[in-house]
Each structure stands twice: as C-alpha cells, then as structure tokens.
Design a protein around this ligand. Sequence first.
Ligand code: NDP
Length: 338
Amino acid sequence: NKQVIFKNYVVGSPKESDMELTTSKITLKVPEDCNGILLKNLYLSCDPYMRIRMTKHDRPTYVQSFIPGTPIMGYGVSKVLDSRHPNFKVGDFVWGMTGWEEYSLISSPQLFFKIEHTDVPLSYYTGILGMPGMTAYAGFYEIGSPKKGDCVYVSAASGAVGQLVGQLAKLTGCYVVGSAGSKEKVELLKSRFRFDEAFNYKEEADLDAALKRYFPEGIDIYFENVGGKMLDAVLINMKLHGRIPVCGMISQYNLQQPEGVHNLVNLIIKRIRMEGFIVADYYHLYPKYLELILPHIKEGKVSYVEDVAEGIENAPSALIGIYSGRNVGKQLVVVARD
Ligand code: NDP
C-alpha cells in the first residue's frame, strides 16, 4: 500500500520534502470487529485548507492538524472493496475524507457520500460535484444572495471553486469579472467560463485602479478567495449593501504574521454584509445542489477544468503547486482509474 506520509509541522510555504512516499502492507478485508469499509482510492483532491492542517495550532481551529508520521488525509473518490457497514456495499463509489494511500480502511464512514450518478466523470466528485462545488454553491447563493444584474467579482477565479462561482453568477444573470495569476488563466475565464471580463492581478500595480476599471459603479458581491491586499482594494470598491461571502484567504495561509486589512470601515459606511462560512455546515443542501448542477453539466451549460497529476508519487508536488498558482483549474491526483 503506497502512502504519502506527513513528516512534520510546516512553517512558511510547504515543500515536497514535508511529505514522504512509503509502502506498507495492508489486508484488503475489513476486520471482523470493525463496522467500516475498505476503500481503493481512485482520485485524491488537493485543497488549499490542507495547509492549515500542516500547522501545529495553539488555539482550536476548524480543522485538526495532521499527525506527523501518518498519511495525509483529504477528500477523495474511492471504490468500496469490502464493507461491514450497512450503508455501503462492495462496488459502490463514494467520496469523502480518505487517506493519501492506495487503500484505506475507514472505520467510521458516516461522512462519506455514496456516488449515485456515474454518467459524469468520477473525478468531478473531487471538484464540481464534491466539496469545492458545494462551496461555490453555498457561498454564492446562501451568503451572496445574488440577483439578476448584480456586479460580481471573484478572486482565484480559475480555481476549483472560482470557476464555478463565475458560471453560477452568469446563469443568474449577473455581470461577472474574475482575476487570476496568469495570461492562460485569464483567457480561460473569458473563453471557457464566459466571465464578462478577467484580469491578471499580478500585472496590476494598483488593484484599486484595476477594480475601478471593471466596476466603475462598484461591486455588489465579492466572492473572497484570497484575502490580503485584494480584500483591501475590494473594500473601497463595494457598493452600498454589498455582500462578501468569505470563502478563503489563500494569500495568508503560508504567512506566520497575517497581513493587516486597512479598509474595514467601509463595512459600516456601505452597510456591507461580510460573512465567513465553512462548506461542511451546508452539506444538507447537497441533494438540492446536485439537482441544479447535474443537468447543467450534461447539457454543457457549465464546464469544469481539471489539472490532473498522474500517480500517487506526484501528489506532494501537486499539493504544494496550488500555493503558487501552478494549477490550472481543479488540482487532483489520479491514483487509479477503476
Ligand atoms: P484553487 O483551485 O483556486 O487553487 C488555489 C489558487 O489560489 C491558485 O491556483 C492560485 O491561483 C491562487 N493563489 C495561490 N496563492 C495565492 C496568493 N498568495 N495570492 C493570491 N492568489 C493565490 O483553490 P480552491 O478553488 O479549491 O480554493 C479557493 C479558496 O476557497 C481558497 O482560499 C480555499 O481555502 C477556499 N475554500 C474554502 C472553503 C470553505 O469551506 N470556506 C472550502 C473550499 C475552499 P492564481 O494563479 O489565480 O494566483
């Protein structure tokens, strides 16, 4: 059983050497005294929050730190090889929190979702049909409260969450602008995801001026993925009664001292509602979300771009790549295809 082991707590940017590939023996059966499932892992998801699990935290946070010497854990798509749990049977496909290894014994599989729709790529359950998809849906609709004609801005817009937020906003009849960190990503936003406008934030010396160029009358909804300087520039460009679903702040995750935000007074002046959320609180909406998104995918009204790394050996490199923007679209790792 090839495994990616978390070596030790990380300070600053994560490196490949913070993880190690090892091989161990595993019996491909659920032990008799266990109510769990034995999984063959097919696709592993690389997600920004995993950096937070690589830090040893003094104060409680919303995810637990990884344990040095044990496999990295993350969302994945897997096939059930053996089961002693009433909700799962051999041959089922599932998605949920699994180990970065070829096979995982999950003793409490309550938090796994059974995959009912297999006429779409299974890898989509690491992205648009999994946790990032639900994140875009919950953040945009439940917190963003969008309406037709709203001016929407999305940062990290070509990523797993952002590309979908933009497309949901277009389907709602909004004007949508996205930013991303390369020319290729900006092209993708405009041509593939049909954003109205897009720009490379790395080429903008003055983010405030860039936002004024695209939103001369201001922003109704800012879908926050990056934090830091971008958030500061956005705050002065929000409209009265604007909404900011705070999804993530990836620009801050590797910093020991987070950057200060200077323009928060705009929350008062403009009566802005800024609200953080965690997708796990919204999983009860998953069936409703699937009902909305599956037809859009099948009819080609929503498209989804994945960045696929081949082989579990390449998982550490794929994971660290998302913190420097090397991924184009949803970053995932193929361990096996069936
Ligand atoms: P992405 O697929 O978008 O990958 C991360 C991207 O972030 C990179 O490709 C890069 O794109 C951008 N990035 C990396 N470092 C920086 C930086 N220093 N400054 C600005 N941009 C940077 O990730 P996801 O779509 O999965 O996640 C997007 C955000 O959503 C993250 O903040 C994540 O933590 C959050 N999230 C929150 C959840 C919740 O429950 N609240 C659930 C899931 C995700 P670029 O080239 O454009 O710089």
